[in-house]
Ligand binder design. Structure first.
Ligand code: IMP
Ligand code: MG
Length: 177
């Protein structure tokens, strides 16, 4: 399929938001250690940049949730990979790439809160509140309310385009010439 890419957030603008989030998180968690749970695969680039700017101690674990097929949500979220270690008693910070309908995050929050973490917060690079159908709110959000389907900086369409350094809206061509 031919597609058109429109850059909507440059590397510099992303970097500015990541630095701001790292400052806020570092201030809020003073004197504590954060267990960062990176949601694969989309959040791996954001998390790598964010973690290197956070100034309190962190440990990292990974989990994977799947709900999308192409540009459409399947309406079901399932955990494909669970964390490797217990989160009980830990100050857990979930790091997500994008919250859209909120399905993935609501499923995840229900599951993780049953495991008795000391605290459970959410940081997302992109927060699309207009598309929300499940009542979840991130504690930290970089970019708010960008419409369209996004790729780059970790975000994919059918596993492609994660390596693009900026954020692009992907517009499928209609096939017209
Ligand atoms: P939600 O359950 O609708 O909030 O979707 C959450 C997950 O779907 C995100 O963590 C992404 O992995 C994926 N996703 C949602 N919107 C986009 C998008 O615009 N581009 C790429 N992935 C997306
Ligand atoms: Mg994701």
């Amino acid at each position: 399929m031919d597609s058109t890419f429109r850059e909507i957030y440059s590397e510099e603008r992303i970097d500015r938001e990541v630095r701001r989030l790292a400052r806020e998180i570092s201030a809020d968690y003073q004197g504590r250690e954060i267990l960062v749970l990176v949601i694969l695969k989309g959040a791996f680039i954001f998390a790598a940049d964010l973690l290197r700017k956070i100034t309190v101690p962190v440990s990292v674990d990974f989990l994977e949730i799947s709900s999308y097929c192409g540009m459409d949500s399947t309406g079901k979220a399932k955990m494909v990979k669970d964390v490797s270690h217990s989160i009980e008693g830990k100050d857990v910070l979930i790091v997500e790439d994008i919250i859209d309908q909120g399905l993935c995050l609501s499923v995840l929050l229900q599951d993780l809160s049953r495991r008795n973490p000391a605290s459970l917060k959410v940081c997302t690079l992109i927060d699309n509140r207009k598309r929300r159908s499940h009542p979840v709110e991130p504690d930290y959000a970089g970019i708010r309310d960008i419409c369209g389907f996004l790729v780059g900086y970790g975000l994919d369409m059918d596993q492609r385009y994660r390596e693009l350094p900026a954020l692009y809206e992907i517009v499928p061509s209609t096939g017209d010439t």
